[in-house]
Write a new protein. Structure first.
Length: 77
């Protein structure tokens, strides 16, 4: 069992907020076995060149989160 570090506690709190009050146009959740690695989906906003698009991202957090930002990689090409 991984130690509940500041980063892990923050990610758990952020996940609960995402589940209780999801933002429009975005969804995200951790991989089933790793709170430090998430998959996210962004939907292209209306009236933009990205309208109708679905963009998948991989978000990797370090133990220095939230002091240091996560690494974000677009999976959708």
């Amino acid at each position: 069992v991984a130690m509940a570090t500041v980063a892990r506690r923050r990610l758990i709190r952020d996940l609960k907020k995402l589940q209780s009050d999801p933002p429009q146009g975005v969804s995200a959740s951790p991989l089933k076995d790793d709170i430090m690695c998430w998959t996210a989906v962004m939907f292209g906003p209306d009236d933009t060149p990205w309208e109708g698009g679905t963009f998948q991202l991989e978000v990797t957090f370090s133990e220095e989160f939230p002091t240091k930002p996560p690494h974000v990689k677009f999976i959708t090409k």
